[in-house]
Design a protein around this ligand. Structure first.
Ligand code: FPP
Length: 239
């Protein structure tokens, strides 16, 4: 048998992160869940910076899912206000790092002020040619696939052989963004939680027990190292 070479030390082009464990982090310290989200936002900034420095091309952050509306209204409002604050206050950070902001998720259901802030950030950063940060906000993987199919049909596509995998891919929110190579999940759960269902068909997963607020640049590097050592076969057989 040939020696397994791993992934050739490759850097993932696109990394997705399920930033889990803000609530548990807060509880473990006797704090309110909202404190966990405040720390979670600081971690997001730290990891965006680290990923950009490492030369990652695309970073998708799972900020708020289509299921997160089931949480207490006060917590939902707090997360939305954090996102809004971040987008209004951090333009210099994105400019200095040449980072472009994008969005994936269902715009229906997002409050007009959040939507306006997202559109503003997208437009302000659209010419930055460094890493792209894709904020998954009001995002659900199944919802994204349904919306892609609807877009195809609304664009004049019919039900038939034309409605194939390429057609769905072309009609996703950001069809130019490559599929994620690596998905990181914090807080130790072994679930996809409806994140990038379509795009993650061949993604490598890295799961750590650390709660998101405790996740450091060195943990991100550990995920990159684990990825570099993986053997990706995309369904093929290596002998
Ligand atoms: C999961 O913790 C985290 C969230 C629901 C999202 C909150 C994310 C942020 C505040 C970062 C936002 C980032 C940017 C760049 C705008 P959880 O509450 O599900 O934790 P638990 O499972 O321990 O309760």
């Amino acid at each position: 048998m040939m020696k397994k070479e791993g992934n050739g030390g490759a850097l993932p082009r696109h990394v997705g992160i399920i930033m889990d464990g803000n609530g548990r982090w807060a509880r473990s310290k006797g704090l309110a869940r909202t404190n966990g989200h405040t720390e979670g936002l600081k971690t997001a900034r730290r990891i965006v910076e680290a990923a950009s420095r490492r030369g990652i091309g695309y970073l998708t952050l799972f900020v708020f899912s289509t299921e997160n509306w089931k949480r207490a209204a006060q917590e939902v409002d707090f997360i939305m206000s954090l996102v809004k604050q971040h987008l209004t206050r951090e333009f210099d950070f994105y400019r200095e790092n040449h980072i472009r902001i994008r969005h994936t998720g269902d715009k229906d259901g997002l409050a007009p002020d959040i939507l306006a802030e997202i559109e503003q950030a997208k437009s302000d950063t659209r010419n930055f040619e460094g890493m792209q940060v894709i904020l998954a906000l009001n995002y659900g993987g199944r919802n994204a696939i349904v919306r892609a199919a609807r877009r195809f049909l609304a664009g004049g596509g019919g039900v038939g052989p034309g409605l194939d995998e390429d057609a769905i891919t072309r009609n996703m929110d950001n069809p130019d963004v490559p599929d994620p190579d690596l998905i990181i999940r914090t807080a130790g759960e072994f679930r996809t939680s409806n994140f990038l269902l379509w795009e993650a068909a061949y993604s490598e997963y890295f799961i750590t027990d650390k709660f998101w607020p405790d996740f450091l640049a060195e943990d991100f590097d550990a995920a990159l190292a684990a990825y570099a050592a993986r053997e990706r076969r995309f369904g093929a057989i290596t002998t």
